[in-house]
Design a protein around this ligand. Structure first.
Ligand SMILES: [Zn+2]
Length: 278
């Protein structure tokens, strides 16, 4: 009888202490502002978008893996949130607004900037690096070609880079191609050059949602994707198309969904913090 009671006690202890099964990978979607493209002409090599305007989402992603956290793309600077009416880029093509600052959003999911281990941008254009300097202790995962370009002594303003926005990043891990961030295939950086010299995308194997790719600016709209249109301001338009072809093959092979980061519909379809995708 004593033995039975002991067994029962042990059983209930084990049952009580069994840890709740936490998902091995979580994707948090944060808001990095809006970009109103007042004249979308430049988003194709032809004039098919001349006179049209686009409203772009601009998400920031936090990827939580059991071995660490990665923040992917850093949105527009949260300082814009304090500017009534937002701001215009000097060429007056883009109107930028930020509603919620990144710092407050991080608090919503209980994270301080120093809890982030890795920082990576799809590429270093200003709308993807705005809040990077908060993460100066994190390791910057960047294609070597992008790093060399982004940190050149002089960059023409039309290149779209804002070197001050990532100047505090000093722990740099230069990549040359694909990179498996946590070594188990769940979070992989995939080179997709063309939009910029070292543009990259992020492949995630989410346990419930399934495989998904965050495509940075490989595509800007579903129409761009369907018609294989590349912005005329891309670093290399032909290389962009090659990357598009490789990406489409990768998506088919892996049965992966694609999130076009600037596409409002894709953005709106994702759960918002504190909810997450797993
Ligand atoms: Zn870009």
């Amino acid at each position: 009888m004593q033995k039975f009671t002991a067994c029962l006690l042990l059983f209930s202890l084990l049952a009580c202490n069994s840890p709740k099964q936490e998902p091995s990978l979580k994707l948090y979607v944060l808001d990095g502002g809006r970009i109103n493209v007042l004249n979308a002409r430049a988003f194709s090599e032809t004039d098919v978008y001349a006179g049209q305007s686009f409203l772009f989402a601009n998400p920031i992603f936090v990827i939580e893996h059991s071995k660490g956290r990665l923040i992917w793309d850093l949105g527009l600077p949260e300082a814009i949130a304090g500017m009534p009416g937002g701001m215009y880029t000097p060429d007056s093509i883009f109107h930028l607004t930020v509603e919620a600052g990144l710092s407050d959003q991080m608090k919503t999911i209980g994270l301080a900037p120093d809890s982030i281990d890795y920082i990576a941008f799809s590429h270093c254009h200003f709308d993807h690096t705005g809040n990077a300097n908060y993460f100066s202790h994190a390791t910057w995962l960047v294609q070597e070609s992008e790093y060399e370009f982004a940190t050149r002594d002089s960059l023409p303003p039309q290149a779209g880079y804002s070197p001050d926005s990532y100047s505090a990043l000093s722990k740099v891990q230069k990549l040359d191609g694909e990179y498996d961030v946590f070594g188990d295939g769940l979070v992989k950086i995939i080179p997709t050059p063309g939009h910029t010299i070292g543009h990259q995308s992020l492949s995630l194997q989410l346990p419930s949602y399934g495989p998904v790719v965050l495509s940075g600016d490989l595509y800007h709209t579903p129409e761009n994707r369907k018609e294989k249109r590349a912005p005329r301001f891309n670093y290399d338009v032909a290389q962009t198309r090659e990357s598009m072809e490789k990406m489409e093959a990768f998506l088919t092979e892996n049965g992966a969904k694609l999130i076009i980061q600037h596409n409002m519909e894709d953005y709106e379809s994702l759960p918002k913090i504190p909810a997450y995708l797993d």
